[in-house]
Design a protein around this ligand. Sequence first.
Ligand SMILES: CC(C)(COP(=O)(O)OP(=O)(O)OC[C@H]1O[C@@H](n2cnc3c(N)ncnc32)[C@H](O)[C@@H]1OP(=O)(O)O)[C@@H](O)C(=O)NCCC(=O)NCCS
Length: 183
Amino acid sequence: MNIRQLISSFYRLFFPLTLEEMYRKMGVEIGANCKIQNGVVIDYSHYWHITIGNNVTIAPHVHILAHDASTKLHLGYTKIGNVTISDNVFIGARSIVLPGVTIGRNSIVGAGSVVTRSIPANSVWAGNPTKEICTLEAYLTKQNRVFESAPKFGEEYTLRGNISNKRKMEMRNALGDKFGFVE
Ligand SMILES: CC(C)(COP(=O)(O)OP(=O)(O)OC[C@H]1O[C@@H](n2cnc3c(N)ncnc32)[C@H](O)[C@@H]1OP(=O)(O)O)[C@@H](O)C(=O)NCCC(=O)NCCS
């Protein structure tokens, strides 16, 4: 057992469920093979308005909101809206998804975005408010081109693969000012 696995077992003693397991137990509809990363907030007080499909990745500190209490004082009611995150969607770190939004299948939302309107399938959106950057097809063509000549690293170059200090340095030097890819 490496140090990371040891810390993880210790953590599990006090927090036995992953965020995904916890939200699922609380009743949030979450499909199979999703990654709900640390610090993600799903609007629990209105969770039955939120649906998350299969193979969805929600990066750290994303907020998914289904209610807006800015109307409560004035109307006596809180505004609510269903949120649907479709299959294979990726939502970048620290993004905010507002009530009433649907993110279509296979779409990607950039880090730090504020998603105020629904996003169609198969596209890449980012910014505040989100704007379309490109189609998914164009994005993948671009990434594949970079991938072909970029340095690539296996699992032994990750924390889960217990990366050595030597490999960390090797990896850093191999990247220089270019992008690489890790398993
Ligand atoms: C949105 C994203 C997927 C686009 O990737 P990309 O196409 O390789 O990005 P580029 O750097 O080539 O940017 C393309 C354009 O989008 C803009 N852009 C990229 N990411 C953006 C973001 N997060 N917010 C606003 N604009 C963004 C760039 O400024 C650029 O605009 P320009 O053409 O006017 O100069 C990526 O930038 C991103 O945000 N990934 C998420 C990272 C993340 O959350 N990681 C968490 C761990 S999983």
